[in-house]
Design a protein around this ligand. Structure first.
Ligand code: 3AM
Length: 185
């Protein structure tokens, strides 16, 4: 049994650009829970604990779901916040083309469900790129402001990845499979 999720990871140059904008904020707000740069991603579907016996079927279903979607042009944009699982307030960067991402996320979640994995959606999918979490909304307001002009370099998302969460500490997300977009097998 492993705790898993499916996500997109921006290319290295985009991640470096984010880190350049975020590093000074991390230094000034050390009391927040920041996502380590190596762990940053765009979640498509949180799967929870996946039984080992479901893995093979899950791989087939996820590969098929990804194959049904063409590569998606994406770009990270200005920051926002919402209340996430466990009532923590999440600080994130927004995404261009959220409609196409939501459709891909829907297919991925549906594919996982057909493999008997995942959970009924508790809330509508909102594409986001998490930077930090806090218990107090007010703490995040200056960061939203500081990142209100962020405009990342666009890229084409060409594959989704299956991750295992190693809760640690340190928390580490391990990519274990890659599913190309737009390639029907
Ligand atoms: O970093 P983001 O916001 O993309 O919040 C967790 C993280 O999302 C989310 O899964 C991603 C990888 O861990 N997550 C964790 N527990 C969750 C839960 N119980 C959850 N999403 C929904 N329900």
């Amino acid at each position: 049994m492993s705790r898993m999720f499916v996500a997109l990871v921006p290319p290295a140059d985009v991640l470096a650009e984010v880190e350049q904008a975020v590093a000074p904020l991390r230094r000034n707000w050390p009391e927040l829970t920041w996502v380590e740069p190596a762990n940053r991603h765009i979640t498509l579907a949180f799967l929870g604990d996946v039984p080992d016996e479901a893995r093979r079927e899950l791989s087939v279903r996820l590969a098929r779901a990804a194959g049904h979607h063409e590569p998606i042009p994406l770009a990270l944009g200005k920051a926002g916040t919402f209340t996430g699982p466990g009532r923590a307030i999440t600080l994130w960067l927004s995404l261009r083309a959220p409609g196409r991402l939501a459709r891909l996320a829907g297919s991925v979640a549906a594919g996982a469900r057909r493999a008997g994995v995942g959970r009924p959606d508790e809330r509508a999918y909102r594409p986001h790129f998490t930077l930090a979490r806090s218990r107090k909304t007010a703490e995040l307001a200056p960061l939203v402001e500081a990142l209100s002009g962020f405009e990342g370099t666009p890229w084409d998302a060409t594959s989704a990845q299956l991750f295992v969460s190693h809760l640690g500490p340190p928390l580490r997300y391990e990519p274990i499979e890659d599913y190309p977009l737009g390639r029907r097998g």
